[in-house]
Design a binder for this molecule. Structure first.
Ligand SMILES: Nc1ncnc2c1ncn2[C@@H]1O[C@H](COP(=O)(O)OP(=O)(O)OP(=O)(O)O)[C@@H](O)[C@H]1O
Ligand SMILES: [Mg+2]
Length: 498
């Protein structure tokens, strides 16, 4: 069988930075191909070269044996190469159908043929098993549905190759399973699918072959059965992943008689969260576990003054507080690293240095300034500590890979040295090795006395770092588990709560 798509000798330079070097990729009809590599390895860049976002500096793309050179994503899509990029760009305030056909509306004469738009949108979504009202606003649907709409948009009618760059980062287990059913169906219809993810279990659940990139170079291509997880990780890292230091997380952080740093009693908000009790002590990592929509983010926002509770009390060091805004929470020593990096997180045009210094500067208040030199020292320290891959601290953060942007957002909040740090999905989009480093950092900070509230959809991570796990379901707390609990313990608690 001949490959449907073959990339060879792909090199990409931005100025004098070489981001891809002699990379190849072969896709066959009817396969799901995992494209793997650490943060900054070049996966998204390869996809952008392939889909005409920017030209390659050297190399060839052959589609069905013919040399092609798409010069825009639309041109690539016309050739049958469809893509859902890492940063999904849909418009929440347009309808589902408008989102799917914006830029390529079917027309009758000069007019948009709305009947055809709606019919075709429904047809495409039906192909991926989704039956929804396509005339409603996209924002009226949950994230998982929006993600499916993005895939529906990419599919078009003539797609031969479908590329998905981290499509599952905001989906829960159930939704991932549904997506995989769709992908397998499309594969069986003959589509070649490229799948990028940092979830190792997903690679093995769905893909047929794997290509690994490391530091902009091509490492190899394997059938999935010939590359078990440890070998895959070694190929990505160029070394074995050092076994995570077996740390015995103390069951309880005891400061004899001390009042907890933060205590919430019956804290809640009508539609958002049932009344919750929560205590966090200095030096303690409290994990919030639960499925998507369980109320973890809502709780974080209530604690940080982004939402106003309408019942219950909150106290810091035993003194009742009422945060009217995040700045009150910050003044009380709290920090929140939000889950939505693109909207709440980075300022793309500013440098890595400015992005990292941002929160600390804000905390210092008006009239006091971090000097350029202080900002540089600060940024360079975190770039080294978290292994942020960037040419320099002066690079605009928008040019960093997705995972490295996320590390910089974490650094920004660590830099404020808060007394209590709330991390909402901090490891989303972060590679296996970096995840381990970030967990290690969190434990070190806790040892040094910081209190941490850690939110993650990956329950394996929560059980690994938390001294205590608060389990949420359907916007209420269903129980607590001690350190040493397993993933299954958490799932059981979620399932048992009805
Ligand atoms: N326009 C650009 N100018 C300069 N450097 C860039 C540009 N775009 C990407 N890079 C660099 O190319 C490298 C590869 O980035 P890329 O986004 O392809 O990584 P990735 O493998 O997708 O990582 P992640 O898993 O974090 O998404 C990064 O070091 C990034 O900073
Ligand atoms: Mg990427």
């Amino acid at each position: 069988m001949n490959p449907v798509l073959e990339l060879s000798g792909i090199t990409k330079r931005f100025g004098d930075i070489e981001v891809l070097r002699d990379v190849q990729l072969r896709l066959y009809p009817g396969e799901i191909h995992a494209l793997m590599g650490q943060n900054g390895a070049g996966k998204s860049t390869l996809i952008k070269v392939l889909t005409g976002v920017f030209p390659a500096s050297a190399g060839e793309i052959r589609l069905g044996g013919e040399l092609v050179r798409p010069d825009s994503p639309i041109a690539a899509q016309r050739l049958g190469i469809s893509t859902v990029y890492q940063e999904v760009n849909l418009c929440p305030n347009l309808s589902v159908a408008e989102n799917m056909f914006a830029g390529r509306y079917p027309k009758r004469g000069l007019r948009i043929d709305w009947k055809a738009v709606h019919a075709q949108a429904r047809e495409l979504l039906a192909r991926i098993g989704l039956s929804i009202d396509v005339t409603r606003l996209l924002s009226s649907y949950p994230v998982a549905v929006q993600q499916m709409v993005a895939i529906g948009r990419a599919l078009g009618v003539e797609a031969r190759v479908l590329i998905l760059d981290e499509p599952t980062s905001s989906l829960d287990d159930d939704e991932v399973r549904k997506l995989f059913t769709v992908l397998r169906k499309l594969r069986d219809e003959g589509l070649a699918i490229v799948f990028v993810t940092h979830f190792m279990n997903q690679v093995y659940a769905v893909s047929d072959r794997i290509t690994v990139l490391r530091n902009g170079g091509w490492v190899g291509e394997w059938p999935v059965a010939e590359l078990p997880a440890p070998a895959l990780i070694a190929a990505m890292l160029g070394r074995e992943l050092a076994a995570a230091q077996a740390r015995t997380v103390p069951t309880q952080v005891t400061e004899a008689g001390a009042v907890p740093l933060l205590r919430a009693e019956g804290l809640g908000q009508a539609a958002q969260l049932q009344p919750i009790d929560l205590q966090v002590r200095a030096g303690e990592v409290v994990g919030l576990a639960g499925l998507l929509g369980a109320g973890r983010t809502e709780l974080a926002r209530l604690l940080f003054g982004l939402e106003m509770p309408d019942r219950g009390t909150l106290s810091i060091d035993g003194n009742a507080v009422r945060f009217a805004s995040p700045s009150d929470a910050i003044a009380a020593g709290l920090a929140l690293c939000p889950e939505e990096r693109k909207t709440d997180g980075i300022v793309a045009e500013l440098s890595v240095r400015e992005n990292i210094a941002l929160a600390l500067q804000a905390r210092m208040g008006v009239g006091k300034f971090l000097s350029h030199a202080e900002q540089t020292r600060l940024a360079e320290r975190f770039v080294a500590q978290l292994g942020i891959k960037t040419a320099s601290v002066e690079t605009p953060i928008g040019l960093l890979s997705g995972g490295n942007q996320q590390k910089a957002v974490i650094a920004r909040w660590l830099a404020t040295a808060p007394r209590l740090l709330i991390l909402d999905e901090p490891t989303r989009g972060i590679d296996v090795a970096a995840k381990q480093e970030i967990m290690e950092q969190i434990l070190q900070l806790a040892e040094a006395g910081m209190a941490v509230v850690f939110i993650s959809s990956e329950i394996s991570e929560v059980v690994r770092v938390a001294h205590r796990i608060v389990v949420l379901r359907d916007r209420r707390k269903v129980g607590e588990l001690p350190a040493g609990s397993t993933e299954d313990d958490v799932y059981e608690m979620i399932a048992a709560a009805v």
